[in-house]
Design a protein. Sequence first.
Length: 244
Amino acid sequence: MNLPLFTLDQVSKSFGKVPVLKRINVSFQPGQVTCIIGASGSGKSTLLRLLNLLEYPTSGVIRFHEDIIHQRGYSVTTLRTKVAMVFQNFHLFPHINVLQNCMMGPLHVQNRPREEVEKTAIMYLEKVGMKAFMHASPSSLSGGQKQRVAIARALTMQAEVLLFDEPTSALDPELVGEVLDVMKSLALEGRTMLIVTHEMAFARDVADRVLFLDQGQIVVDGTAEEVLQNSTYPRLQEFLKRYR
Ligand SMILES: Nc1ncnc2c1ncn2[C@@H]1O[C@H](COP(=O)(O)OP(=O)(O)OP(=O)(O)O)[C@@H](O)[C@H]1O
Ligand SMILES: [Mg+2]
């Protein structure tokens, strides 16, 4: 087996006195697609946000490769170029065009050469079907188009891991498919992805592994089939009923 990309050892997170994640032990392998499911408030976003230090753990240890990411001296900026996040509400920069959105991080954070960055950005915009819009302003795009640009932006960073926090839940239903199709093609390329989602059919199709989070703990962890079809865990069965 490969060395894990991420290893979480007894990781807890509280906001004030409220415990949100409780002694999480889990590791993530490169090349795997993991879907994280669970009820609202179970801690899914918090778990994802810990992995690129949008939140810090209250206790426990998070390693990216062999490095403890929340120790002094570890560069958060470098981490975030290797661990790219795609948000529910896209988070595109509104005042610059699509291509510039994709080039910003690689140019100014990673200090890569402009020519290479532009070539890479255009290649990924083409991959997500957005090359024709590269000079457009984000405000002129549909939600599905914006999210595909956000994915191209994450890819242009050449991140090792892509984190997705409910990437389709702000979209009109007819636009969900175009974003899931792009994510599916990335999964087939063997990219490492951690995806918080309520799209159970997508998870069944694409996930190598599914985690069910309940009240801040990973209570079911297995293949898509084990978790989504065969688990007898009562709270998971209850949760899944809502998606049938
Ligand atoms: N910055 C914060 N300050 C205080 N409480 C927070 C903060 N972020 C999250 N919480 C609380 O932590 C709990 C878990 O939140 P989290 O956003 O991780 O849940 P979630 O599983 O992603 O839910 P949803 O499906 O609604 O997105 C919730 O009770 C939430 O109110
Ligand atoms: Mg959330």
